[in-house]
Design a protein around this ligand. Structure first.
Ligand code: GLU
Length: 416
């Protein structure tokens, strides 16, 4: 078998595996294998030098049987329609797995935010909404942040949509800043949800997190907060972190906050004083208890999976492990916390944000945190029980739980 690396083919291949386990009808399988609706748009943006640059954007609604579709928007130079299709599929399974009354969607714009001014970014964000507004809405499809889209970007998008609607529409996007309809806990939600799953997994494997070591690939929103929380919640040691330029290692442990300060000053975690350099590839193969791939797709492949030494791989990124690598990790007895389980904390708090926006009421931090922990813990145990029941790896088990829920909704609605 060749290693599948096109993200959408990867998502389809994962679904095919689930279809075999559940002995799905061909028609049902075919419906679930591709998105319900796709939109490709052009976004003309006036750049600071006066020229107009045309960006390409997408919004893909994969399945809305369980409710309005939900999922982030990525601003990335290597965005492709197939990546967005895969991410929209994973959002569908993610929302179903944590049992949110939502379907799945994803958006993307091909752009490099690192070369854009704040003004250009604002015009692009508003331009995206001008291009897709008929397609989205608080009870239709609700975007959110993802790679290189920030709470500020969400605020501009919400404002643009509200202007078009002629009234405040806070519920049209989530991940907004607190003062314009955001929820407490959204900033570190993905990492925090992931840590609640890691906590359950460690208990199951009898790993004492107070003595555990972590390696974290990626130091964006998910990776940075994961480092923080692993240390603050569990007292674990973060021995290595990385970003797109490379990584750093220290057997004594790294201070997540000081590393972020260094990254802000120098644009990278590399060359942090008192650490040894490691490449992204080396970091994945370090002898640690917990490995958190927290950046992009396709980092654990058939080539390096045999060398992974961590006991737990918690996928904070979407799609970091290829299907062939999955089989290798399972044979090695590594406990994989699949992406749409491990990183579901983001969309879970996004959902809480939607509920608060609909009811014009703000929840306390304790309330948000308690409900998040409940959702993540329940989802983890449903995956483990299903994995044991069917004798399959955790990703396949997560698919079995999620896909059955989506099919049930489609059948009840008379779609099948
Ligand atoms: N972008 C995040 C994800 O991949 C969050 C999505 C959301 O909040 O809707 O899960």
């Amino acid at each position: 078998m060749t290693d599948v690396q096109n993200p959408f083919e990867m998502a389809q291949c994962q679904l095919d595996g689930c279809a075999t386990i559940l002995e799905l009808d061909e028609e049902i399988h075919a419906v679930l294998r591709s998105p319900m609706r796709e939109l490709r748009v052009q976004i003309p943006v006036r750049m600071d030098d006066g020229a107009v640059k045309v960006f390409e954007g997408y919004r893909i609604q994969y399945n809305s049987a369980r409710g309005p579709t939900k999922g982030g928007i990525r601003f990335h130079p290597e965005e492709t329609i197939d990546t967005v299709r895969a991410l929209a599929a994973w959002m569908t399974w993610k929302c179903a797995l944590v049992d949110l009354p939502l379907g799945g969607a994803k958006g993307g714009v091909v752009c490099n935010t690192k070369n854009m001014s704040a003004g250009e970014l604002e015009r692009l964000s508003r331009g995206y909404i001008d291009a897709v507004w008929q397609f989205i809405g608080p009870d239709k499809d609700i975007p959110a942040p993802d790679v290189y889209t920030t709470p500020q970007v969400m605020a501009w998008m919400m404002d643009e949509y509200s202007k078009i609607a002629g009234k405040n529409q806070f519920g049209v996007v989530t991940g907004k800043p607190l003062s314009v309809g955001g929820s407490v806990g959204r900033a570190d939600a993905t990492a925090r949800g992931g840590m609640y799953v890691v906590r359950e997994a460690a208990e199951r494997l009898e790993i004492d997190l107070r003595d555990a070591t972590f390696a974290i690939q990626g130091y964006g929103n998910a990776g940075y907060y994961a480092a923080h929380l692993a240390r603050d919640l569990f007292g674990s040691k973060i021995v290595a972190v990385s970003d797109s330029r490379g990584g750093i290692y220290s057997s004594d442990g790294l201070d997540p906050f000081r590393i972020m300060e260094h990254k802000k000053e120098t644009t990278s975690v590399i060359e942090f004083p008192g650490t040894e350099p490691v490449s992204n590839e080396e970091l994945l193969e370090l002898d640690v208890d917990i490995l958190l791939p927290s950046a992009l797709e396709n980092v654990i492949t058939a080539a390096n999976a045999p060398n992974i030494k961590a006991a737990i791989v918690g996928e904070l990124a979407n799609g970091p492990t290829t299907p062939e690598a999955d089989d290798v990790l399972y044979e090695k007895g590594i406990h994989v916390l699949p992406d749409f389980l491990c990183n579901a904390g983001g969309v879970t708090i996004s959902y809480f944000e939607m509920v608060q926006n609909f009811s014009l009421f703000k929840w306390s931090e304790d309330e948000v945190d308690r409900r998040l922990a409940e959702k993540m813990t329940e989802a983890y145990h449903s995956v483990v029980e299903t994995s044991m029941k069917y004798g399959v790896n955790e990703r396949k088990a997560a698919y079995v739980v999620a896909v059955q829920r989506v099919i049930e909704a489609m059948k009840l609605r008379g779609w099948l």
